[in-house]
Design a protein around this ligand. Sequence first.
Ligand SMILES: [Zn+2]
Length: 539
Amino acid sequence: MAFIVKKKISGNEYYYLVERNREGNKVKSKTIAYLGKTKEGAEEKMKEILKEKNVKEKDMNIEGLANFCKLKGFVFRSSDIYGGFGGFWDFGPLGVELLNNIKREWWRYFVQEKENVIGMEGSVISHPRTWKASGHITSFKDIAVVCKKCKKATKLDESEFGKVKCECGGDYLKQGVFNLLFKTNVGALNSEEAYLRGETAQSMFMNFKLIQQTSRMKLPFGIAQIGRCFRNEIAPRDFLFRCREFHIGELEFFLNPDEKKCSVLEKKHLNLKIKFLDAETQERGKDILKEVKINDLIKSKKIEEWHAYWLAEQILWLKTFELSEIKIREHTKEELSHYSSATFDIDYTFPFGSKEITGIANRGQYDLTQHQNESKQNLEIFDEKTGKKVLPKVIEPTFGIERIFLAVITKAYAYDKKRDYVVLKLPLKLSPIKAAIFPLINKPEFEKLAKEVFENLKKEFNVTYDSGGSIGRRYARNDEIGTPYCITIDGDSLRKKDVTIRNRDDTKQIRVKIKYLREVLFKLIHDEIKFKDAGVFVK
Ligand SMILES: [Zn+2]
């Protein structure tokens, strides 16, 4: 990681770029460059140097990733002109496209394509009694600690305090216990204290009966939602991993507590191989992964069938983005949240460590029971299968959307030796821009036709028109941000009414008639046709 260091020498300020790297247990610092005498100048210069340096670095760390995301317009610190605000991030022009595409794919997979799941969108602020009932006011807490040795401040779960030590080996000193819910006041006069939601789940529990009645759903069924959540983290860190405002995609799957059989478990779920770390192994202080099939977990009674089904579905969805470097970790008894009887984390193996990107919990009847008691409303529904009224239990797959965003970018990031720059090999469905349209030379007849192509494609896809700089420069710019196709209008295009399409991943080119372009692009993006079969190959 590189950063600016200010040195004062006989009253004058000098700025240097210093790099700090961990080598084994030691952290080594090295001055990379002199950046001048002003802070502004130093920041500008650093940007240029890091731009050169970062795109060539193969081993990415979390700071490198944050830097790449900033330089390419994906993610900025919130309120950057004021020095940022801890735990808050802004999505730039490309970032918002990628974020929306991830959300859209999530919705398609978990709502649109599932017959037994429907969606909703709840308010961020709900009746304060929501959080009393849910247990968040009493149980949603972290312990702020500081290391006695290195003085680093961080947070711990209640279950961790007294057991874990700092990275440096020092013991932690308790600073206080804090609730993670953000408080706010609603109304001006006689205002009422309320909370920003810490999860989207509660609105699905509260609306569960209304939704079941109005959409005539039969048990078992799910309600899904993607939305912003807020947690007043003591120590936000690791870029988008631990922020104070973020999106989660949550699915609450309601079923009869007596229903043990899952009717939709298929071979693709049962035979799915996973790297698994069970609770017992962790309780023995070990972290040995076992390779097992989902079916093994069911047979050994580690997991119930419906729980297993949704766990497998989560993994299968991640695989649609080629995110296969994952491991499943079972929560130990002590770690379990106040509402859960069994929880599994799905961790993605980043170059800088294994991090949880999604999880799945068995919430049982906890939440509906709590809301029933607090509201004095009967939340039981009629189960047609058994002919009896029942209070359903809940299986809850949860996804950290920002975390998936980072996993996707990390996976896509590839330094191409031959091209000597980064090619962001994003899954086509997720690429912020699907195609860039170039006139080969800036002459009116080329530009006119290129604009026509652009106007036609933009109705359906997010495309850009780019006439600045050499063709090589334009290719590079688009490869770096993950644009899968570059479409060029050249001399032949004017006569033959066709274009060349260049493929991001292998730089190969085909020629396609302009009248088929929209259809071809659609098929390419949806993987309905292979690139080499989509047009006439250019040698
Ligand atoms: Zn320490």
